[in-house]
Design a protein around this ligand. Sequence first.
Ligand SMILES: [Zn+2]
Length: 388
Amino acid sequence: MGNRNLLVVKIVAFTLMLVAILWAGMEFYHHRNFAETVVLGEGVTAVKKLSDYYPAMKDSINDCNIYIFEGKEPGGTLMVIGGSHPEEPAANLTAELLVETAKVEAGRLIVAIRANRSASTVTRPGDAYPQYYRIPTPWGEKQYRMGDRWTNPLDSWPDPEVYVHYPSRQMLAYMDVRNFNRTWPGYPGGTLTERTNFAFMELIRAENVDVFVDLHEAELEYPVISTIVAHQKGTHVAAMTSMMLTATEFRIGMEYSPESLHGLSHREVGDHSQAVSYLLETPEPMLDRVRGVTDEHMLLSGKDPFVQMAGRYGLLYEKIDDDGWPIDVRVGRHASTVLELAQSWSDLNFGKVIKISGVPRYPEIVENGVGYYFVNPETVPSHRLAYE
Ligand SMILES: [Zn+2]
């Protein structure tokens, strides 16, 4: 090949590379800046910011919305967060369902939909994750950012060689310094993720939260699944919730938060505040390592031939059949579990009753689909809209 031909090949290769970089860059930019619309249900009495509780969070990407529902009568305070791990969509969808439908008769409800916003602005390109997913509603499709388990490296970099958890000094994997559910109770002088957890702890203490619920999803290869993980202060309420739901709607277990495993919400929120802490897990086949094509369809249908085959060989901790684990089943489980926890808490704490109405439960959500309950943003005035 002559020098001239070589130059042409180099110019063509460089141009193709430039096009690929610009194309991908535009997609990443659009994903990072895509705003999800939330319609404030009539029960929402105020929308605050996380920085209202810890001003150092102001103007950071993790200064998320905090939705407040002040009840008609006094009582206890329930806080629910979604988006700890934004690759677990049943969590943020359930939190949004609460914001759009809940009415509080007694006590107070506090909700965060995107607890770790930064982690919802990046997916896992190396795992070929979809960037978005869409939920069908009676008025069209509602679009959401798919996210990752870890805070976006654009917002938190570099990672240490070893992550030393504060204050226990337990050593954890390096990338878990960006894992919102390994950095509780947070540290004001730490990384963005540690500072975000600290801000949430300030909120929990300032608002006198009684019951704290952290929503998650788990792979079927993982033993902590279809369960309520309970801090030791809250085992009675969790046991009652597990019994009631298993008798009436679906099977759900209960397990104790290990006392020496640090950084997780079910351990640290209970240890470092007055609140009783719980973490809920539903099955999400997309998180399984043995899965096949990782697309929006798998994300929403919860069906995958490889995970289903693993199930037939008895290699999983949760059953899976031809129906898979659709998103409506997963959101339905979370919605009913949150409502039942509030009910069981109220039954055992007469002075701090939390009474919530308006939120659909498992059978209705499975029947109608979660999108049925989302209101068309074009039909409400702009002051009743929020963006995530
Ligand atoms: Zn999780």
